[in-house]
Design a protein around this ligand. Sequence first.
Ligand code: COA
Length: 327
Amino acid sequence: MNVAIQGLGTYLPERILTNHDLEAMVETSDEWITTRTGIKERHIAAEGETASDMAAKAANIALENAGITAEDVDLIVLGTITPDQQLPATACFVQEKIGAKNAFAFDVQAACTGFIYATSIAEQYIKAGTVKTALVVNTEKLSAVTNWEDRETCVLFGDGASAVVLQEATGDEKGIMSSILKSDGKYTDLLRIETGGSNEPVTAENVGENRHKMMMSGREVFKLAVGSMVSVGKEALEAAGVDVNEIKYVIPHQANMRIISSISSKLKLDLDEHFYNNLPRVGNTSSASILLALAEAIEAGKIEKGDKLLFVAFGGGLTWGAMVVEI
Ligand code: COA
């Protein structure tokens, strides 16, 4: 059985925070952020706008795009590192907001690899015959866990949501041709939010130290990101039986243009011709990023039915993964 993407939806909040805005908040410059990361601006959720609000908007567009209703959905898998609450799952808030009353719903935490993980899980349910229609949603309100006093992280992240409807392919498209998931718990300290879990509940003291916000060892993450995404990308190509030269676009997790450029060199695929990036306009939106870029590429008429795409992602955990998809 081939499992295919039958509908796609994305959502970006209205408010835009530019590098120049950040210059007024921390000691940084548009020039530093642009040359070190490639990011020019990012979207920021409105006051009171939740991760599940953004997810529901993206999900409704994906359902409409697939030509189905929320009641047709059997399963919701939601990837996020910024859940509305610790309990219950954000997937359940989304279920209620879109009216997917026949679905069962749960969250997956794989940080920036969340889209690959959530999609792969949903694909397995469909292949097993347990569900017919799955809705994969990725939503991130990273502005809520960003330490706005830490210039090394606050310039990187943005908010947004994306969703896909997955079903058995109806035509002769191959859909998801391979998906490879990886993790290595040796590196749990490289990207982390230390408090708010059962190990160290939130206290006035740790909030005062900003330890309820995201912390990152940027240089170490950078070093591991390139090699991991290249090797898992190659593994996914091999598993799909697809040569790298058959790939129309690599759509990598949008974290840093220097990381993406290194991946392009190592895969020997031209950056301008075979990579689609929207990092300058949205920043790093963690699990939502790959589909936000895919939706833009489709909208721009750059991707046609039958094109083969390679998705590669990398994030906290560490987790990383790749997927070859024929659209
Ligand atoms: N503005 C200006 N200067 C900054 C800065 C900012 N926003 N952030 C850091 N700097 C400074 C540092 O303090 C350091 O100064 P020093 O030399 O006086 O000590 C200098 O810039 C170089 O810092 P360094 O950390 O070596 O920069 P870098 O080239 O590694 O770039 C990142 C930093 C964070 C952009 C880069 O490491 C990165 O992108 N890492 C991966 C992060 C990522 O993608 N995470 C998510 C994974 S899903």
